[in-house]
Design a protein around this ligand. Structure first.
Ligand SMILES: Cc1ncc(COP(=O)(O)O)c(C=O)c1O
Ligand SMILES: N[C@@H](CCOP(=O)(O)O)C(=O)O
Length: 495
């Protein structure tokens, strides 16, 4: 499988006439032209194959899906690497053996009832990895992939990442103590929950460096892109990425859409004739982009419901055709803080498909975005095509979030986190009664005690190993929003 950039100029820039393969783009992160990598075509999965995949374990399914995208790691090595990643030990989090073995179990809130024409409503549990957020689903694999590829090549990498709360800890837990790699993680100063801060800043491993930026996640993400676009700096300091700008993150996230689809349509012995809807709490558009790609591969996804919080840039696009990223000052600090994002990196990947994979169109549109402008497709033929992609979108506010957390507890006895609540609120509103609706759980409530307390008047449960984490000594360097300041820290620590 070869990969191309959404901006279409990478190959000439790298003076390499052949398009790169997986391991190259794993290490590269952002394409040299500033675009994002995508496979040159999406592998197609027919109905017969879907039926064959239905009974596979999570690790075997992950291999079936990922081997379509990764053909430059020997099959046996890739299989072993994936089997070592997706284990009940890594994704167990105190659950019983049967649930833990599922890795991403589906929990029905309302069971389907065919006789009554009810498709059912379910939560897909994605947050039982080491840092209690869905990021662990891909990040644990990335850690193992980096380790394997770097050892084979005899190389090192310095990961530069940005987090709004969950990518950071997930990457640090996946990479801590690993040889040949260091992590420099930028976080928005004072905009994450106390638990999220403690998860990251209490790590004292030598290869982990936390940097808090006096700005928003978008500021931090812009810095990551600016540093990665300085080709000389990137090459000299071997800068890599773990954010969802790295294709490997998206590829790994595709797997659980397949797993959930099978679970929602009868499991082993079920049928792949039915369509399933997914509701996805969204910020950087990575998670739902993986759903979009699963659908493009042939998975019968009837609807992809995108849920935003008060930072509703993406909802606005799917309703109006105008993509208008906000500046930091217009980005609200909300009670679903990991979604406080106003410039969604992976939206560029979807836009590339929407405009018929025409890289020059994306180049033009994104030169406006990169200059602080917006993209207006409302009067173009592309907007008319949007309905072919199955998206629907809605918004959830602080009051909605609290009400949804309360109602879910009262009705189903389940405590959900504020981001999952945004997904459930919007998914419930935009649901067709006869189509199963799967809401993606993106974090556990333990990460957001304050909001759970406000909604339910009590603290959420937390795993014993994470009790008192906020009291541990923390290590973080606080800086202004500055590309040069980040470069200086990297230079200081590496030169
Ligand atoms: C808990 C949580 N929910 C939702 C999201 C949004 O996901 P995405 O950025 O992939 O759209 C994030 C961060 O990205 C998150 O950490
Ligand atoms: N919500 C994320 C920010 C987006 O990160 P990405 O790595 O998925 O692009 C976070 O919690 O850090």
């Amino acid at each position: 499988m070869r990969y191309l950039s959404t901006r279409g100029q990478s190959n000439s820039d790298t003076k390499n006439s052949a398009a790169p393969r997986f391991t190259e783009i794993l290490l590269a992160g952002l394409a040299p032209d500033g675009g994002l990598y995508l496979p040159e075509s999406y592998p197609q999965v027919g109905k017969a194959e879907l039926e064959e995949w239905r009974g596979l374990s999570y690790a075997d399914l992950a291999y079936a899906v990922l081997s379509r995208f990764i053909d430059d790691i020997p099959a046996a090595d890739l299989q072993a690497l994936i089997a070592r990643t997706y284990t009940a030990q890594v994704y167990g989090n105190g659950r019983n053996r049967e649930q833990a073995a599922e890795i991403t179990p589906l929990r029905w809130l309302e069971k389907p009832d065919e006789a009554r024409g009810e498709g059912g409503l379910a939560i897909l549990e994605l947050s039982n990895g080491p840092t209690l957020a869905f990021k662990d689903m891909a990040m644990q694999l990335l850690g193992n992939l980096f380790e394997y590829v770097l050892a084979k090549r005899g190389e090192e990498i310095n990961i530069l990442g940005a987090t709004s709360g969950d990518t950071g800890s997930s990457a640090e837990y996946a990479m801590r103590g690993k040889e040949r790699l260091r992590v420099f993680m930028l976080s928005p100063h004072q905009r994450m929950s106390a638990f999220q801060r403690a998860q990251m800043y209490s790590l004292h491993d030598e290869n982990i460096h936390n940097i808090a930026v006096r700005g928003s996640f978008d500021d931090a993400q812009d810095i990551v892109k600016a540093v990665s676009s300085d080709h000389a700096f990137k090459a000299r300091y071997r800068i890599g990425a773990v954010n969802s700008i790295n294709w490997a993150r998206i590829a790994a996230q595709i797997v659980y859409y397949f797993k959930a689809y099978f679970a929602a349509t009868g499991g082993v012995g079920g049928s792949s004739d039915r369509e399933v809807a997914f509701a996805v709490p969204s910020g950087n558009f990575g998670n739902i982009c993986a759903g979009h790609i699963a659908r493009m591969m042939g998975l019968p996804i009837g609807r992809l419901v995108l849920a935003t919080n008060e930072n509703d840039v993406l909802k606005e696009f799917f309703q109006s055709g105008v993509y208008r990223p906000r500046v930091s000052a217009e980005t609200h600090a909300t009670s679903s803080p990991s979604m406080d994002i106003s410039k969604a990196s992976n939206f560029e990947r979807f836009a590339f498909d929407l405009v018929g994979r025409n890289a020059s169109v994306i180049r033009n549109l994104w030169s406006a975005v990169d200059a602080g402008g917006s993209v207006d497709l409302s009067k173009t033929s592309f907007f008319a095509k949007l309905s072919d992609f199955g998206f629907a979108a809605g918004r959830s506010t602080h009051a909605d979030r609290l009400a949804t957390i309360r109602q879910t507890f009262e009705k189903y006895g389940l405590v959900i986190d504020p981001h999952t609540a945004d997904g459930l609120k919007v998914g419930s509103e935009l649901r067709s009664p006869d189509m199963p609706m799967v809401v993606l759980e993106t974090a556990l409530p333990a990460k957001f005690e304050e909001t759970i307390g406000e909604a339910l008047g009590r603290r959420p449960e937390r795993p014993a190993a994470l009790q008192g984490i906020e009291d541990l000594p923390q290590r973080v360097e606080v800086i202004d929003v500055s590309v040069d300041a980040v470069k200086a820290i990297i230079q200081r620590l590496l030169d």
